[in-house]
Write a protein that binds this ligand. Sequence first.
Ligand code: IFM
Length: 458
Amino acid sequence: MKNKSISLPSASPLLRQDFTFGVATASFQIEGAAQSRLETIWDRFCDTPGKIRDGSDGKTACEHLLHWEADLRLIRSLGVDAYRFSVSWARVMHEDGSVNQQGLDFYIALLDRLNEYAIKPFVTLYHWDLPQYLEDQGGWLNRDTAYRFRDYADCVSKAFGDRVHSYATLNEPFCSAYLGYEAGIHAPGHKSRAYGKQAAHHLLLAHGLAMEVLERNAPDALNGIVLNFSPCYAASDSAEDGEAAKLADEYFNHWYLQPLLEKRYPDVLHKLPEHEHPPIQPGDMEIIGHRLDYIGINYYTRERYQESAGELFEKLEHDQHPLTDMGWEVYPQGLTDLLVDYHQRYQLPPIFITENGAAMVDKVVDGKVDDPERLDYLQSHLLAVHKACEQGVDVRGYFAWSLMDNFEWAEGYLKRFGIVYVDYDSQQRIIKSSGYAYRDFLLKKAQSSGSQHETGAR
Ligand code: IFM
């Protein structure tokens, strides 16, 4: 069934006035203007032949640095409550640790304009674009990088003052550590399980150290972290496949969540040889387990696993339809399942869905982009969040990924996630039909919560 609009049951908690709806982006994926910042690991990775599918890079991207004012007007026109974006470490700090004032001023102007528009700024401090000079010193394999991150967080949060509604220390440490240091398909492109676990630990440590700083410098902001999860399902009812799915869940998901909430790594750790264990030093788990105001959850799809001879588990290909243009199964039930599961297992802080969306093949026809599959995706996943709330999960917000088409990492510009289309030749932005539907949904919500407000009804 193709939806033409977005709607939710009338008593849905998502329709409450204080439920935050937003759109999200990240620095390297949209900013461009690479000449006015330091080199990052993604610049270096893009320059390495064969790493990016279309041979592209982030030098220009959406030229957001040039068009940011129009982009903010675009965001305002969508009627969202919040805008989630990331700060480029390489744009705001020099190699010697001093501040790049010009870079910082860009973000301050952006924050001021958002506040003027009454759009809440959700700032991510690290969305994968590590300065290359730090990678040259070992990157996330080097424990010192965690302390450099703390210094960066300190400097930025002091400069931003009270302009920020919410900070996320890291976006998806799983991707930085696993894809970047273990599987080698993201920057910096290392391939070693020991490296993956070492990088993950230093990322989590960086998070904890930054939380201490944020609590001091931005006590009124909501301070937390953004994690990505793909719930793990067993390929069959067999006990062996069930065990494989459980181990995969611990390896890919709980590896990042359990240290934050319970100050320990999951039991699958003991199935790894000693040299692949994280380099935990005394006191680390206390730092990592710092109290969180919220957890951001990014959800796109689920995974299925079966037992494997000689390995902990084996992942199945996505063969259940529909699939997005990334080849990822559209499985909204997975979002409900994971929220309810984590709610039952942990003492969760409030949750924001900080990314959710789909890459689809978009075409401009007569100046318009009709994307019914993306609209269906958004509709079904909002309903999935609603169902989780009905089962007691405390979800406070939802951000569509992404505001606009952008540089999709190893896929270059081949995949389009935006609710706004970007013509990369002219840099023209065209709101897709999913973007209009999101806007209309938010408008209706604002009108009805306005009238509920007047009548005092909920
Ligand atoms: O584009 C990415 C984003 O940077 C992080 N989360 C997943 C998105 C889609 O792959």
